[in-house]
Write a protein that binds this ligand. Sequence first.
Ligand SMILES: Cc1cc2nc3c(=O)[nH]c(=O)nc-3n(C[C@H](O)[C@H](O)[C@H](O)COP(=O)(O)OP(=O)(O)OC[C@H]3O[C@@H](n4cnc5c(N)ncnc54)[C@H](O)[C@@H]3O)c2cc1C
Length: 229
Amino acid sequence: MQARLLETRELAPGVRHFEFDLPGIDRFGFVPGQFMSMTAGIHGDEITRAYSIASPPEGNRFALCLNEVEGGRFSPHLFSLVPGDQVTCQGPYGAFIFRRPISDSILVATGTGIAPFRSMLFDRLPQEPERRFTLIFGVRYEHALLYREDWEALARQYPNFDFRPTLTRPAPNWAGAQGRVQGHVLEALGDRRDMDIYICGLKEMVNDVRALLKEKGVDRKRIIYERYD
Ligand SMILES: Cc1cc2nc3c(=O)[nH]c(=O)nc-3n(C[C@H](O)[C@H](O)[C@H](O)COP(=O)(O)OP(=O)(O)OC[C@H]3O[C@@H](n4cnc5c(N)ncnc54)[C@H](O)[C@@H]3O)c2cc1C
């Protein structure tokens, strides 16, 4: 398939939201949480990378949330695209999706690991008024809270959704949570062992959170994760 870039906007320094459509396709079906596989020829090599879909299903469109990795092989190529450019893609793929039946859930992300949760929450919150969803989002700086206005709007709209941002390098005027996501996950979990916990981001964080949860006796079937590296 060819995806055509429609527009991009900056979310934070080095991180952009990309909107694509799929010309010739009426409806692009995927389960929120899944990813696309993007391919391009770069300096003579064919390179493929996975990217979580950051938007709920809507017509033939999908969005990505991309970090430009310094010295990376593929992400700088995506950042060089301009609206109208096409990129080869395949998908959707992946099983990082809400388990059914949906339980009260804790969603844990750092950085661009937030992408699949944007798709999953926009899709599910309107359908699941009886379930509680807690999003724990860790970044270094306040300005790196990707899609902050979306999370705050969802939290106002849905009383069963709790947005808990945490900063590792807060400015002195930051009144919210501080430190890595790890501590906040345990706080959100409390004594409950009947919740599903979804984790997305780089492997160090994902592995750390998984180890902590296992130590606390959380059934591994309730720990669902996606590692970006
Ligand atoms: C299932 C899946 C979904 C993914 N979804 C996304 C997504 O939604 N957005 C996204 O930006 N990336 C995502 N990635 C990572 C992406 O596939 C690439 O690894 C990333 O763009 C770097 O590729 P590159 O060729 O530029 O760097 P490479 O030349 O492959 O260099 C790899 C380096 O980049 C680091 N890295 C990988 N991903 C990131 C990241 N997101 N932020 C910071 N450092 C990173 C790795 O730790 C490693 O040090 C996903 C990966 C997987 C497996």
